[in-house]
Design a protein. Structure first.
Length: 377
């Protein structure tokens, strides 16, 4: 056993998966599925020139013809971690960018580090015995009735960005549906697998009720269950989620990312730098309002643009009329080598900022990442 701090500030080197396949954007999805399902993994590494990234099983939920569809436009460029990076730094980056995994560079070799790998290391941290499952669970949770269609489960996963849905009947837990289950059952049928590549059939829609595909024996725990016990059970049973219940009613869920919360608390959360220039001290009220509004917009946009590092806003007074002042406001969202700009103008400062926030939100949504794929956790 070791302390949480010792683990957090150790390197990821012993946790990395080596010797796994690396794909390119020209590979078919069925080829990637063959590797992922055969190896029991959720993420695959994609490399194109100097660009490195990840594609996950959930990304394939809306694929119609996996034997013809290419990875191009489906994977997300993430960059890579290094073998000497610390556990806490990688965990924080995964959380901040809404990712499950990163490629890892070690000399000429490419490996993979995921939040599952990081969470496994917590099984040796005795301090987690003092942390209760209810302290870290995500709540409330989205559930589906046992009679709902599988197609609705797929739609929820794609639109809301999660991979696990508890299934209930009269409010009581009956099972769980995961993205892996849907991909294996509908996108890459095991009966049509060949060595090295799974040939997916054309899927127009996912038919049937979730009761027919769900796991009827999900891993469960209670609010007071020690988090160490949850981590050990998830690792030993190779489960990607634990549902927290009261009686038989689901009240929360723990995935590997929730397991990492105690570790992430060792480092104070850093807020996105946001600078507003051109407002005087007398505009303190307006400044506080617009700062929080713009911060929410940009932090939401960081799900698509993880390269964002700071926001600069300039306010310029361009004229007066009838005792009123006209404002021109320009906002620039910046990274190390990329930026997105927008502006708005008018006579009412708060309305100008409302318009600026709306335009910035649209610009962040419209300006997709380099892969063209929206990012989901």
């Amino acid at each position: 056993m070791r302390t949480l701090r010792a683990y957090a500030y150790s390197t990821i080197k012993p946790l990395i998966e080596w010797g796994i396949s690396v794909f390119n954007p020209g590979d078919t999805i069925s080829k990637v599925l063959g590797e992922l399902i055969g190896a029991g993994r959720y993420e695959a590494i994609v490399v194109s020139g100097r660009k490195m990234g990840i594609v996950t099983l959930r990304d394939f939920l809306d694929v119609v013809q996996p034997s013809r569809r290419k990875l191009e436009g489906m994977w997300r460029i993430t960059g890579a971690a290094h073998v000497d990076d610390r556990v806490i730094d990688v965990a924080e980056r995964l959380r901040r960018e809404g990712l499950r995994a990163f490629p890892v560079m070690g000399g000429e070799s490419i490996g993979l580090i995921s939040h599952v790998d990081l969470a496994k290391g917590l099984c040796d941290v005795s301090e987690l015995s003092a942390v209760k499952a209810g302290e870290v669970m995500t709540t409330p949770i989205h559930t589906l009735s046992i009679e709902e269609e599988v197609s609705k489960a797929r739609r929820m996963m794609l639109e809301m960005g999660f991979s696990h849905i508890p299934i209930v009947e009269d409010g009581e837990l009956r099972g769980i549906v995961t993205a892996r289950m849907l991909v294996e059952d509908f996108i890459a049928p095991l009966s049509r697998a060949t060595v090295g590549e799974r040939i997916g059939e054309r899927i127009a829609r996912m038919e049937g009720a979730v009761r027919d595909v769900m796991d009827r024996h999900p891993l469960t725990a209670h609010r007071e269950t020690p988090l160490l016990e949850v981590a050990e059970d998830m690792t030993r049973m190779e489960r990607s989620a634990c549902i927290i219940i009261e009686g038989r009613r689901p009240i929360g869920i723990i995935t590997p990312m929730e397991l990492l919360k105690p570790l992430l608390r060792l480092r104070p959360e850093r807020r996105l730098p946001l600078y507003i220039m051109g407002l005087g001290d007398e505009d303190f009220y307006e400044r506080s309002l617009v700062e929080e509004k713009l911060r929410r917009v940009v932090e939401r946009g960081m799900r698509i643009h993880p390269w964002i590092r700071e926001v600069s806003v300039r306010v310029k007074q361009t004229g007066e009329r009838g005792g009123r002042t006209r404002y021109e406001v320009k906002a620039r969202v910046m990274g190390l080598s990329e930026s997105i700009s927008t502006e708005a103008s008018g006579w009412d400062l708060l309305r100008v900022f409302d318009e600026l926030a709306e335009r910035l939100d649209k610009a962040l949504r419209r300006s997709k990442p380099e892969t063209g794929r929206r990012r989901r956790r």
